[in-house]
Design a protein around this ligand. Structure first.
Ligand SMILES: [Zn+2]
Length: 328
């Protein structure tokens, strides 16, 4: 029996696990919520390109005009304080429903999807986007949502609501990084079969990979990485800049941490010919670049991709210093 509570906003399926409840939520919302219905139908028609860089690194590009609001979102404190928060439950559209995750989170269908199944998972309270102390929640969420990759965009690395804590999740099998983990060579930095820290070789953007079955060990390693990244912070950064992806399969987590040094590349701020409206966040770092303008989708080339990754992620020498922390 399906139960709807709290002014018909919360969908529950007593006894079912989170994944089943979310399946139901997605079915209901893409059928009955006009905006979600329109945009998920529209997603079937989006155009895609794919590249193989340096004969090894797989990168996809998706032309998705509905993402313009998010890509071009103003995230400076003034603009944020002047708008109504779109993740606070009181401000959600009338047709939007949710599933509860634990005491602290609501699982929502993202009405402007990149993935065929795309969720936004805000905290119940209007609190700042900070990962410190919440990485364990991210692991728990990924374990409960086995069909999804859960991701976190730092407040200055793609979160369009830096004032309201949230994760997102997209169905597995969409971002190239998932296959790259299986197919590309990696160097183990620390650990063994139970839990490991590794890195990709020549991947265009540096990434710390944690994989393993122990929440305690992975959390400790995440905190170690966080502390190592703090050295790169400037006065304007509320936390080390990063994007994180987490998934769960066969009793193990896979965590991809992409340290960032810049939110948007210079091309974003150009005008005319030189402009490329690409605002990289977790999905882009995961290997699927999202372009809301068709002209950018058409013209984006290998050299632009290499250049943009180079601008927004860490230099070799800085990343090597970070990795050295795991070797001590
Ligand atoms: Zn809010």
């Amino acid at each position: 029996m399906i139960i709807e509570r709290a002014m018909n906003k919360a969908i529950d399926l007593p006894g079912a696990d989170l994944q089943k409840k979310v399946d139901l939520l997605l079915q209901q919302q893409t059928r009955e919520w006009d905006l979600a219905h329109k945009n998920y139908m529209g997603l079937q028609k989006v155009r895609k390109r794919s590249f193989k860089l340096h004969d090894r690194v797989n990168i996809g590009v998706q032309f998705n005009p509905e993402r313009m609001t998010s890509s071009a979102a103003k995230v400076d404190p003034k603009s944020i304080s002047e708008r109504k928060c779109f993740l606070c439950a009181a401000n959600l559209p009338q047709q939007q429903k949710w599933v509860e995750f634990g005491d602290d989170y609501l699982v929502l269908v993202n009405p402007f999807p990149i993935f065929p199944r795309h969720l936004t998972i805000p905290h119940r309270e209007h609190i700042d986007q900070r990962i410190k102390g919440r990485f364990g929640d991210m692991l728990n969420l990924a374990r409960e949502l086995e069909d999804f990759v859960v991701f976190y965009n730092g407040p200055q690395c793609g979160a369009s609501a830096p004032d309201h804590f949230h994760f997102q999740a997209g169905n597995k099998g969409f971002m190239p990084v998932e296959k790259d983990f299986e197919n590309m060579s990696r160097v183990t930095i620390k650990g063994e079969e139970c839990c490991r820290v590794s890195v990709f070789k020549d991947y265009l953007r540096h990434c710390i990979i944690l994989d393993g079955s122990s929440k305690t060990i992975l959390t400790a390693w995440f905190e170690q990485a966080y502390m190592g990244m703090e050295g790169q912070m400037t006065a304007e950064n509320p936390e080390p800049m990063m994007n994180i992806l987490v998934s769960w399969e066969k009793g193990r987590w896979k965590v991809f941490i992409f340290p960032r040094k810049k939110h948007r590349p210079w091309q974003f701020f150009e005008e005319g010919e030189k402009q490329i409206l690409l605002s990289p966040a977790s999905v882009d770092l995961g290997g699927m670049l999202i372009t809301p303008r068709e002209e950018d989708f058409e013209k984006l080339g290998v050299s632009d991709i290499v250049d943009i990754f180079g601008q927004i992620t860490w230099k070799d020498e800085d990343f090597e210093k970070l990795i050295r922390l795991f070797k001590t």
